[in-house]
Ligand binder design. Structure first.
Ligand SMILES: [Cu+2]
Length: 219
């Protein structure tokens, strides 16, 4: 068809997407409010105080069973999030958001690896993690480890988490945890931190696209 009707079609699609984004933003806003309300007042180390405070260092196992360290993802931009697969709210919302950001990036997503690190090593076995991340996004990497390895990774990222007994939860407990998405450069350097309610996935993706250009053309 001619240019005009193509443009009209695109505009219609765009309007539809914006409407969807609005709905998602409201849902995300509600999730963040819920998180703010249910997060204990004093969380040691959850507020990012500066680049120097965060160290991208860990020794873990990925969801395919491969031993990995932070160096394993050198050369890739990374979105790192800590959580657990049994989480009823923050984790599924945030990980779906990360998957959406990846989709928004289009071909540029090849330069980005989303990484989900468990804070619940007792339940997040390799099989559980594999099924979970594979359902989320083909490029999503799930990392598991021993209790000590997970604690060390969280400590290095200044991530707070805590087991909380809860009779209503599966297995009688839940894991409280901070909900930041860390953006790491291809050299492993900490660049930025996001919360899923900060902005629509499209904005996050646009922001990332700009960052990618700083390393994009390798010549
Ligand atoms: Cu969670």
């Amino acid at each position: 068809m001619d240019q005009t009707s193509n443009a009209d079609g695109l505009r219609r699609i765009r309007r539809g997407l914006w409407a969807l984004t609005g709905v998602a933003a409201v849902a995300l806003g509600a999730a963040v409010l819920w998180q703010a309300r249910t997060t204990p007042a004093a969380l040691p180390g959850t507020r990012v105080t500066g680049e120097a405070a965060i160290s991208n260092a860990y020794t873990l196992i990925d969801h395919t069973g491969r031993s990995v360290t932070a160096d394993s993802f050198d050369g890739q931009w990374q979105l790192v999030f800590f959580g657990f697969t049994h989480c009823p709210d923050i984790c599924p919302t945030t990980l779906a958001y990360m998957a959406q950001v990846m989709d928004e990036l289009g071909p540029k997503a090849a330069q980005v690896t989303p990484i989900f690190i468990t804070v619940d090593p007792a339940r997040d076995t390799r099989d559980v993690m594999a099924a979970y991340v594979e359902a989320l996004h083909p490029r999503m990497v799930g990392l598991i480890g021993t209790e000590g390895q997970v604690a060390e990774a969280a400590r290095n990222f200044r991530v707070w988490y805590e087991r909380t007994e809860d009779e209503a939860a599966p297995d009688g407990y839940t894991m409280a945890h901070s909900g930041y998405i860390y953006v790491l450069a291809p050299d492993g350097r900490f660049v930025d931190v996001w919360l899923e309610g900060d902005a629509p996935a499209e904005s996050f993706a646009n922001n990332l696209s700009t960052l990618l250009q700083t390393t994009g053309s390798s010549s």
